[in-house]
Design a protein around this ligand. Structure first.
Ligand code: FDP
Length: 331
């Protein structure tokens, strides 16, 4: 066996998230660094939540808290913890003037009225999976405020519409923890190295496969779906496509983004508006989908073109490989 070279013995660790953000920022001569700092704050919150999730089961942070959130859903203790962790990281970071969270009815003013940005987020998505060790995620969406600096943020800052997002992404707490985000120019993924405490660039310039074989849907509700969805699912089954549904939006979306597939959450008789929330679930994932070459529609048109009217409104969503999303609508 030939001896290894010095390079081979000490392989480079890769590009850290901080370095990547810094390098991306220097590509824009007028960038002030505030968005960069905000992305770092989100990454920090992600690391802290990752730590909390990994301790679930050992300390008393798993399970329901006996309270309901603004959607009337049972809150898990980790939902509440993740919400607090995120809000605190964004408040301390100083770049964000207000936050909209799945967990809170109204916007949260951070006290940083000089901050240029607002963030809509689902601090812990797929939380019914926490207690059974299944992947969960955080989703975030960033806008530049339209209200005047040094005044309190307004509703309108959050209701600008999906096309106005300046950045969006998610953190997936799965077999490894990953941060995937886009500032509009490509989509990049970073895997968390626990030993270093750093996110390392692992998935550069992610491109959605044009087509795929995976369809992800809650098949248990099939009789409640619109006819065009039922027809599509019948066709998927006839073609022996691969059914994969974790029931954790971030994890289902991420797998399909890498492998090629479509995620469907249609309207149902019980939830005629769909189940997923427009501002902090559908918009950010639609942004990532489009920026990677994929598609996201609500059954009528692009998700990003929906005009928002309220903070917690819902939408049906069909998102993933463009050919598959087109096929859903063709039938
Ligand atoms: P959860 O209710 O566990 O928080 O965002 C809501 C969400 O999970 C998504 O993560 C997931 O894809 C979907 O709901 C699952 O809904 P169903 O149980 O109705 O399939």
């Amino acid at each position: 066996m030939s001896p290894k070279t010095a390079q081979e013995l000490a392989l480079p660790v890769g590009v850290t998230l901080d370095r990547f953000i810094m390098l991306s920022q220097t590509a824009f001569p007028y960038a002030t660094g505030e968005l960069s700092q905000l992305l770092r704050d989100i990454a920090l919150a992600g690391k802290i939540i990752n730590r909390e999730i990994n301790r679930a089961g050992l300390v008393d942070i798993a399970g329901g808290n006996g309270t309901d959130n603004v959607q009337g859903e049972n809150q898990q203790k980790l939902d509440i913890i993740a919400n607090i962790r995120f809000i605190r990281a964004l408040k301390n970071g100083g770049e964000v003037c207000a936050i909209l969270s799945e967990e809170d009815e109204d916007i949260i003013h951070t006290g940083n009225d000089h901050g240029k940005y607002v963030v809509a987020m689902d601090p812990l998505d797929g939380s019914s999976n926490i207690d059974v060790n299944v992947s969960i995620g955080t989703i975030f969406s960033i806008y530049r405020r339209i209200s005047p600096i040094d005044e309190p943020a307004t509703r309108e800052d959050f209701l600008q519409g999906g096309r106005k997002q300046v950045a969006a992404g998610y953190i997936l707490y799965g077999s490894s923890t990953m941060l995937v985000y886009s500032t509009g120019d490509g989509v990049n993924g970073f895997t968390y190295d626990h030993s270093l405490g750093e996110f390392i660039l692992s998935h550069k310039n992610i491109r959605s496969p044009e087509n795929g074989t995976i369809y992800s849907v809650n098949d248990g509700y099939i009789n409640d779906y619109p006819a065009f969805v039922q027809d599509y699912l019948t066709k998927c089954k006839a073609q022996s496509c691969t059914a994969r549904y974790i029931g954790s939006l971030v994890a289902d979306f991420h797998r399909n983004l890498l492998r090629g597939g479509v995620y469907l959450y249609p309207s149902t008789k019980k939830t005629p508006e769909g189940k997923l929330r427009l501002l902090y679930e559908c918009y950010p994932l639609a942004f990532i989908a489009e920026k990677s070459g994929g598609k996201a529609i609500d059954g009528f048109g692009p998700i990003l073109d929906i005009v928002p009217t309220s903070f917690h409104q819902r939408s049906p969503i069909y998102v993933g490989s463009p050919s598959m999303v087109d096929e859903v609508m063709k039938l």
